[in-house]
Design a binder for this molecule. Structure first.
Ligand code: AIR
Ligand code: ASP
Length: 284
């Protein structure tokens, strides 16, 4: 393959220039980090599973009218996405208390919140992604009031939809983090789309019956094999066959490529789709 130009390397993903203007290849690494990069490991299979899970969830969300950056899967570790400018705001939605909410406010882990809680964090590694409120976001221009409103509206819809999807397969969606990106249209209009990834790296998912934690908390708090948890989620979503895609600790590449082909067959006509009309274009 011709040398590709790298645009950005993050903790868990690399972005390369895509084949067409306005596109990017999003590559999922096997690297796992936690606590702002303090804890690190390379975990075989993580990238492949996150790529598949995120592609699937983005496609589902697109089908209910959430505009996303996702275009199509390229191979077992990579997907073609639209090039966006990421807003430096992480939107977290919580249904059940866990993680930093418990730490910060002394709430018992597992407490069901009487309504979903939306929080904002300033995306800045040097500062450790501090929690901020709407006033900070608007004062410092990280997003404008219209964008913020759109982000929250989308976050609520995504939460409703994903809650249903996961509860239907015996999983509880505890919380998750979203990132949004801006795309400029031909006439200078601005669109906001869901970007980054939705995967067990960015969601907490517990088994509904046993309460077992299946997400990245396994790595953060040494709760068990990370890939086993991710594979279980992918299996429940119908994305990998029972037994998973690992063979003796390594990815069964032949099987993974075959699954990718099937997925792309299904989405052959899913090329550069039009941006969703529900996402009102407006002047920046
Ligand atoms: N998250 C936040 N920053 C990075 C990530 N991945 C996700 C976590 C968790 C949710 O946001 O994976 O699902 C809330 O995280 P926390 O640490 O604030 O409790
Ligand atoms: N991915 C982030 C980090 O490396 C946060 C996390 O998921 O814990 O610190």
């Amino acid at each position: 393959m011709a040398r590709r130009k790298m645009i950005y390397e993050g903790k868990a993903k690399i972005l390369y220039e895509g084949p067409d203007a306005g596109t990017v290849i999003q590559h999922f690494k096997d690297d796992a980090t936690a606590f702002n990069g303090e804890k690190k490991a390379v975990i075989a299979g993580k990238g492949v599973l996150n790529n598949r899970i995120s592609a699937h969830l983005m496609t589902k969300l697109e089908s209910i009218g959430i505009p996303t950056h996702f275009i199509r899967s390229v191979n077992m570790r990579e997907q073609l996405v639209r090039r966006v400018e990421i807003a430096p705001v992480e939107v977290v939605v919580r249904n059940v208390a866990a993680g930093s909410l418990c730490k910060r406010l002394g709430i018992e882990e597992g407490t069901v919140l009487f309504r979903p809680l939306v929080e904002f964090y300033y995306k800045n590694d040097d500062l450790g992604d501090p929690m901020v409120n709407e006033e900070h976001i608007i004062t410092f221009g990280w997003a404008d009031p219209y964008e913020l409103e759109e982000m929250v509206t989308m976050a609520w819809r995504i939460n409703d939809y994903l809650n249903g999807l996961f509860s239907g397969i015996g999983l509880r969606l505890i919380d998750f983090k979203l990132e949004f990106g801006r795309i400029w249209g031909e006439h200078g209009e601005l669109y906001l789309v869901l970007a980054d990834e939705i995967s067990p790296d960015t969601c907490r998912l517990w088994d509904a019956k046993t309460g077992e934690k299946l997400d990245k908390d396994r790595f953060r708090h040494d709760l068990g094999d990370l890939v086993e948890g991710y594979q279980y989620i992918a299996e429940k979503l119908g994305l990998v066959p029972a037994g998973g895609i690992l063979q003796g600790g390594n990815v069964n590449e032949q099987l993974a490529e075959k699954l990718e082909q099937i997925e792309n067959e299904l989405s052959k006509e899913r090329r550069l789709r039009d941006l969703k009309p529900g996402n009102k274009p407006r002047k920046p």
